[in-house]
Design a protein around this ligand. Structure first.
Ligand SMILES: Nc1ncnc2c1ncn2[C@@H]1O[C@H](COP(=O)(O)OP(=O)(O)OP(=O)(O)O)[C@@H](O)[C@H]1O
Ligand SMILES: O=C(O)[C@H](O)[C@@H](O)[C@H](O)[C@H](O)CO
Length: 169
C-alpha cells in the first residue's frame, strides 16, 4: 500500500493572534513551499475598517478570499497561506480554488490568544476586535479533516508537529 501524497496546499487558520503568520511561515519553510500571509491581501478599505475597530462583513471578505484563492491556484506545486478563514463558507470559497486544500486550525484558550494578540506591536488589528473574532469563528467540522493544534507550545514545536503530520518529505 502506498503512502498518501503529502499535502501541498495548506491553510493555517484561526482567530487573530493565534499564531498563523508565525507558524505558517515556519511550516512553509519546513515543507519548502511558498508562503502567503492573508494580511497582505486585504484592500486598503479592509485595513482601514479593522484599524478603526469595525469587524469585516462577508462582503468585505469575499474579494480578499478570492485574491488568496487565486494565489493558491497559481502556486501549482503547492503553498501555505495564513488566513483566519473563520467561517465554513470562507473555507469553502478557498476550496473552490484548490479542492485539495488541507486545514491546520491553530486553537487554544481565548485568554492566551487574546494576551498574545494584545502584546503584539505594530499590527493594524486592535484587541477590541477579539470578541468578534471568537464570535465569528466556526471551528472546522469533522468532515473538513482539519489538523487541530494547540498553540500553547512554542511556534517551532507547533510548526514541526504540523509538518510531520502533513507528511513532510
Ligand atoms: N506558539 C506561540 N508561542 C508564543 N508566542 C506566539 C506563538 N505563536 C505566535 N506567538 C506570538 O503571538 C503574536 C501573534 O502571532 P501572529 O501574529 O503570528 O498571529 P496571527 O494569527 O497571524 O494574527 P493576525 O491574524 O492578527 O495577523 C505574535 O507576537 C507572535 O510572536
Ligand atoms: O477575517 C477577518 O476578520 C480578518 O481578516 C482578520 O482575521 C485579519 O485578516 C487578521 O487575522 C488580523 O490581522
Amino acid at each position: 500500500m502506498s503512502l498518501p501524497a503529502p499535502a501541498r496546499h495548506i491553510l493555517v487558520m484561526g482567530v487573530s493572534g493565534c499564531g498563523k503568520s508565525t507558524i505558517g511561515a515556519l511550516l512553509a519553510e519546513a515543507l519548502r513551499l511558498p508562503f502567503a500571509d492573508a494580511d497582505a491581501f486585504h484592500p486598503p478599505e479592509n485595513v482601514q475598517k479593522m484599524s478603526a475597530g469595525i469587524p469585516l462583513t462577508d462582503a468585505d471578505r469575499w474579494p480578499w478570499l478570492d485574491a488568496l484563492g487565486t494565489w493558491l491556484a497559481t502556486e501549482e506545486k503547492g503553498g501555505v497561506v495564513a488566513c483566519s478563514a473563520l467561517k465554513r463558507t470562507y473555507r469553502d470559497r478557498l476550496r473552490g480554488w484548490v479542492p485539495g486544500l488541507r486545514l491546520v486550525h491553530l486553537a487554544g484558550a481565548p485568554a492566551l490568544i487574546a494576551a498574545r494578540q494584545g502584546a503584539r506591536e505594530g499590527h493594524f488589528m486592535p484587541p477590541s476586535l477579539m470578541a468578534s473574532q471568537f464570535a465569528t469563528l466556526e471551528a472546522p467540522g469533522a468532515e473538513e479533516q482539519a489538523l487541530i493544534l494547540d498553540i500553547a507550545a512554542s511556534p517551532e514545536s507547533v510548526a514541526a508537529e504540523a509538518a510531520a503530520r502533513l507528511g513532510a518529505r
